[in-house]
Design a protein around this ligand. Structure first.
Ligand SMILES: Cc1ncc(COP(=O)(O)O)c(C=O)c1O
Length: 460
């Protein structure tokens, strides 16, 4: 199949009127969309409107929330970064085919697997990746742990630009390193890196910085200029950039993801990029990720770190290859859908009288909404509520030391609306009063969640 980059692909589809034709063709159309897909309410091709229950399937997002709060008390869990949509039908079909071959012994990775990664990077981001630069791991964090172990002095510092993904802290500790936070600044609604502060934090103990691009939780897609400024400082101080680009395939309309390795040879040569189909296609539990590095010394150091080395898994590699090979249209449609969810959310929050105590504007990428809940926090998280929350956690045998105001707010929101959000406090300095909402859900679930939340906030 001829390949298009994201923008030209979207334009091509629209220009040719194919979108309308596909919508009219209905389910099972053979317009190059893969077998068995359903056409739906999004009007763009693939259907993301259907609610596909995840309850009873050991879902962290749903079942863990239900175990904790009870089914009747959960409206929509919107925590962990995991989508509620069904797997692309062409991936399901490929997995079903694989299951027919009743052998699951050790396997090698075929060239076609690497080629799917190479093509995805070239087609969508214009990035040249060579097969020998790619190494797989079961997930992103094991790869990063390997790199940190290989590159850092014992108990060295790893820089996090906060607010940033909560899981980095655990990964840094597992690697035997320490976290050093370089808080970002929010200026005119957008977060900015603070390189002056960073320069003061880089010392002989600092060999790595984890860049999150697009940033989880705030959604910034860092520009080439921002990345170069960061890179110049890091290169001048001998710091390797570990570029976590797991959310790279989610950009809102008019926005662009810039791979760190694409901004120039010296930057590519002093960094390692970590990617995965897990967020893009909702394959987190198929356990395939990969990292890319063109610098042999950095790659060798990572190999010595060794934590990533879990081999490949039979289903994960099929899912990954199929998704990258055949999934461009699915991801384009998904991006349109999520962009629509963001528009819905922004309109809803900013409608006069709605969502008192919450401020929000549209982000550049990811499917995560970083809500400023400081107004709400002031009203509902009183000393009495914090005491009640602490005692409740203690009585339930849960962790009750180090509870933050944001955790209390998360509890308050579940108790009053059944909506589960992530507490900002786990994302580091700069996250005070913020909550993270995962909006990779069918529009109707988003409407339901916001309706419940709004009612709870108006009742305060
Ligand atoms: C930015 C970021 N990096 C890494 C991860 C975790 O990836 P993995 O499960 O592949 O280690 C997540 C999960 O939400 C994430 O948001």
């Amino acid at each position: 199949m001829k390949k298009f980059n994201t923008q030209s692909r979207r334009n091509f589809m629209k220009g040719a009127g194919v979108t309308a034709l596909m919508s009219a063709a209905g389910s099972g159309s053979a317009l190059g969309m893969g077998m068995g897909q359903s056409m739906g309410g999004s009007g763009k091709g693939y259907n993301f409107d259907d609610i596909y229950s995840r309850i009873g399937h050991n879902s962290v997002k749903w079942d863990a929330a239900i175990r904790r709060y009870g089914r009747e008390n959960i409206t929509v869990p919107m925590g962990i970064a995991d989508m509620d949509f069904k797997q692309p039908p062409f991936v399901v079909k490929a997995l079903q085919e694989r299951a027919k071959y009743e052998q699951f012994g050790y396997e090698t990775l075929p060239d076609s697997f690497y080629q799917s990664i190479i093509d995805w990077n070239k087609d969508r981001y214009g990035l040249d990746v060579k097969k020998e630069w790619i190494v797989t791991s079961s997930a992103l964090k094991p790869g990063m742990i390997s790199s940190m172990r290989g590159l850092n002095p014992v108990k060295g510092k790893v820089i996090l630009q906060t607010p940033t993904y909560s899981g980095f802290t655990g990964a840094i500790h597992k690697a035997g390193m320490r976290v050093e936070m370089n808080p970002m600044k929010k200026i005119n609604g957008r977060w900015h890196m603070d390189l002056e502060d960073l320069a003061n934090r880089l010392d002989y103990e600092t060999k790595c910085l984890i860049l999150c691009n697009p940033n989880n939780p705030s959604g910034e897609c860092w520009t080439a200029d921002e990345l170069r400024a960061l890179g110049d400082l890091c290169i001048s101080r001998g710091v390797t950039i570990l570029a976590d680009e797991i959310h790279c395939d989610f950009t809102n309309k008019g926005q662009k993801f810039t791979p760190y390795a694409s901004i120039g040879e010296k930057y590519a040569n002093s960094s390692i990029s970590y990617r995965s189909p897990s967020k893009t296609f909702g394959q987190a539990n198929l356990k395939v990720a990969y990292f890319v590095c063109q610098n042999k010394d950095l790659m060798n150091a990572t190999m010595i770190g060794g934590g990533h080395d879990a081999g490949c898994n039979a289903f994960g590699l099929i899912a990954c290859e199929t998704a990258f090979r055949d999934g461009a249209q699915w991801v384009d449609d998904l991006n349109d859908y999520i962009d629509g969810n963001f528009d819905y959310l922004v309109d809803f929050v900013n409608k006069s009288g709605n969502m008192p105590g919450i401020e929000y504007s549209k982000p550049e990428g990811t499917y995560l909404a970083w809500l400023d809940c400081n107004g709400l926090m002031e009203k509902v998280i009183t000393d009495d509520y914090r005491r009640y929350y602490h005692d409740k956690m203690r009585d339930q045998g849960r962790r009750h030391s180090g509870l933050t105001k944001e955790m209390a707010l998360s509890e308050w929101i579940v108790e009053n609306s059944g909506v589960q959000l992530n507490a900002g406090s786990s994302y580091g300095i700069g996250a005070e009063g913020f909550m993270r909402m995962n909006i990779a859900v069918p529009r109707s679930s988003l409407e339901t969640a916001l309706g419940h939340l709004n009612k709870a906030l108006k009742a305060v």
